[in-house]
Each structure stands twice: as structure tokens, then as C-alpha cells.
Design a protein around this ligand. Structure first.
Ligand SMILES: C[S@@+](CC[C@H](N)C(=O)[O-])C[C@H]1O[C@@H](n2cnc3c(N)ncnc32)[C@H](O)[C@@H]1O
Length: 323
């Protein structure tokens, strides 16, 4: 049984027209239970817990499923805090007038913080995520012009040239092949549409020690790693704060602790634990340069390229006519 709220988040007819079978690329029809079925090959995409599933499991992204169920609303904006709005601008270089009234794909939507911003700007947003985070996004944004699917960026259930804008923030470097993931999105963009991606920067060498620890932490069960970090993050953060007050040697010593055991330094304890977990848990985490990403965009034939405020943020436009 799915609830009325869940049924309300079913795609409207025009959105349903862009859904395609992963098997045979035929149009999908609804199964009357909030899921989809292919009339040609009969493959089913059931609705489980309020969203249609286009993957059979979370695969390597289970840590994100855990993370976004544990921290469902921590990063959502509210009256006093506009951080997701600000981050969205910095990491995509998109402007509200470019999204208003547009059909937008959020690739790796997580719990939906950036889709919320995009809907605030007047976009109709389809969010996909490989993990069970898609469930959280669907619940968080139930009252908005938003629909979430559990799906893989490498196998998307959409017709070519469906979206006016596609963005992906902090996601594609967590796939086994970031370049292939970026390039696969071109197919789903309408001519004249915008593709904006934000990836981890390869310029910052402070990452090196965390790369060493991640070899071990990414193999832990998410629950175990989270229990360790709930203790370790406050201890390491507070140690740095205390050390900084010691005259002369204090600051270099705090820097050394941060270098060897990097933990997030955001304002609240909850944000610090969330972002440190996000840093140490993923199986895949690649870093990139502007040179690389510009080459990928050029290979796709993108034009009108811009960078955002926060490295590595690149946006470009698909040409109106193939050259
Ligand atoms: C760091 S989170 C970012 C979530 C969101 N974009 C944000 O910034 O709040 C990365 C997300 O990418 C998703 N992801 C990883 N690999 C993916 C794939 N192959 N297809 C779709 N989503 C993927 C994860 O499940 C996770 O929710």
C-alpha cells in the first residue's frame, strides 16, 4: 500500500513521457502502485517505500544510504540558514533565471538539499540517486515540484535530450569512472541545455593523509565507522582548538594534527561528524583539475564554458546544432 502523499509524488503525464525502459528503451507505463512497467519487454520498476527503483541494490553507495537516512535534514536550508542556496550558486554557477520553469535533472540528489534550492528557483526537478538516499529526498521534498528515483548515472531511465539543465554536485567523483560519468550526461541534455558539475579538487595536497586512512575506513560497515567518528571527530576538533591557544608552538601543532587526521571544521558538531563521515566512508573518491574537466567538456562539444566560485565547478552549454 502506498500513501496518498507518495502517490502525489508520482510523475505528471509529461514527465512520464520521458521515462524509458533500461532493457529495451520503450516508453514506460505506470503499474498503478507508484511504479512503472515496460509494455514491450515487461520489465518492472516497482515502487518501494515511495519511490520507483531502477536499480536492484545500492551497490557501492550503501554508505550514502546510511548517511542520508541518519542526517535527513541537517543540510536543508531554513529561515536563518541559506548555505545550500549559496553552495549551489558557487558549485554550479547557475542563476535562478536559468532554472525558472525548466525541467532539471539532479544527478546524485542525496537527501535533496540542492533540488530544494532548484525548486525554490522555479524548476521542476527530477532527482536520481544510486542509494536509498532517494527515499529521503522524496520525503523531504514531497510538497514540491520534485520526483526522485533510485537509479544509476551509468544507466538512466530517460529518453535522450530530455532535460533543459543537468547538474551534479559532489557525486561523479564517487563513481568508478568520473570522466565516463560526466560524459554520459550529454546524451540526456536538450540542445542548448546546460550541464554543470562540481567535483573534488585535485589541487589541495592536504588530502593526502585522509586518502591513506580511507583505504581502511571505506571498508568498514557504515554503522561502525559512524560510531568511531562520533567520538573521534569531537576529540580531534577540540584538541586542535585547545592547541591553537598555546603560544608559539600551538598553531603549528594544531596544523599537524589536522594534517595527519583531517576532520571537517564546520560550525556545528553535527555538521562536522556528517561531513567527516562523508569524507572517509565512500568506496570511490577521485580528485580532478580544471584542465581535465575542460578537456572532457570540449570532447562533448560543449561551448559557453564557465567556472564557479568553488573548485572544481564547471558549466557548459550543449550547442544548438551539431557541428
Ligand atoms: C556526497 S553525496 C552528494 C549528495 C548531494 N548531491 C549533495 O551535495 O547533497 C554523493 C551522492 O552520490 C550518489 N551516487 C554515487 N554514485 C552514484 C551513481 N553511480 N549514480 C547515482 N548516484 C550516485 C550517492 O548515493 C550519494 O547520495
Amino acid at each position: 500500500m502506498i500513501s496518498e502523499e507518495q502517490m502525489q509524488s508520482a510523475l505528471s503525464a509529461d514527465l512520464q513521457a520521458i521515462l524509458r525502459c533500461l532493457n529495451c528503451s520503450s516508453r514506460l507505463t505506470t503499474d498503478n502502485a507508484g511504479g512503472y512497467v515496460c509494455p514491450a519487454c515487461k520489465r518492472a520498476y516497482p515502487n518501494v517505500n515511495g519511490i520507483a527503483r531502477f536499480v536492484d541494490a545500492q551497490h557501492y553507495a550503501a554508505s550514502f544510504g546510511f548517511q542520508w537516512h541518519r542526517y535527513q535534514k541537517t543540510q536543508l536550508d531554513h529561515d536563518q540558514v541559506r548555505e545550500s542556496d549559496m553552495n549551489f550558486r558557487w558549485k554550479t554557477a547557475l542563476r535562478p533565471e536559468e532554472l525558472k520553469g525548466k525541467l532539471v535533472l539532479d544527478v546524485g540528489c542525496g537527501m535533496g538539499r540542492f533540488a530544494e534550492v532548484a525548486t525554490n528557483w522555479g524548476a521542476r526537478v527530477v532527482g536520481i540517486d544510486l542509494s536509498a538516499a532517494a527515499e529521503v529526498a522524496a520525503k523531504n521534498l514531497a510538497a514540491r515540484d520534485f520526483v526522485a528515483f533510485q537509479a544509476d548515472v551509468f544507466s538512466l531511465p530517460f529518453a535522450p535530450e530530455s532535460f533543459d539543465v543537468i547538474y551534479s554536485v559532489g557525486v561523479l567523483h564517487h563513481t568508478p569512472d568520473c570522466e565516463a560519468a560526466v560524459k554520459t550526461l550529454d546524451k540526456y541534455l536538450k540542445p542548448g541545455g546546460i550541464l554543470a558539475v562540481w567535483l573534488y579538487s585535485g589541487y589541495n595536497k592536504w588530502y593526502r593523509f585522509s586518502d591513506f586512512w580511507r583505504r581502511y575506513t571505506s571498508r568498514m560497515k557504515p554503522e561502525t565507522l559512524h560510531s568511531i567518528l562520533k567520538v573521534a571527530v569531537p576529540v580531534l576538533y577540540n584538541t586542535q582548538q585547545i592547541l591553537k591557544k598555546v603560544p608559539l608552538v600551538g598553531r603549528p601543532a594544531a596544523g599537524l594534527v589536522h594534517h595527519v587526521f583531517p576532520v571537517n571544521r564546520q560550525k556545528t558538531a553535527e555538521q562536522r561528524t556528517l561531513d567527516t563521515f562523508d569524507w572517509y566512508s565512500p568506496k570511490y573518491q577521485s580528485k580532478h583539475t580544471y584542465e581535465q574537466v575542460f578537456r572532457w567538456y570540449e570532447a562533448m562539444g560543449m561551448e559557453d564554458m564557465h567556472i564557479g566560485e568553488f573548485s572544481i565547478a564547471v558549466r557548459g552549454r550543449k550547442p544548438l546544432r551539431a557541428k
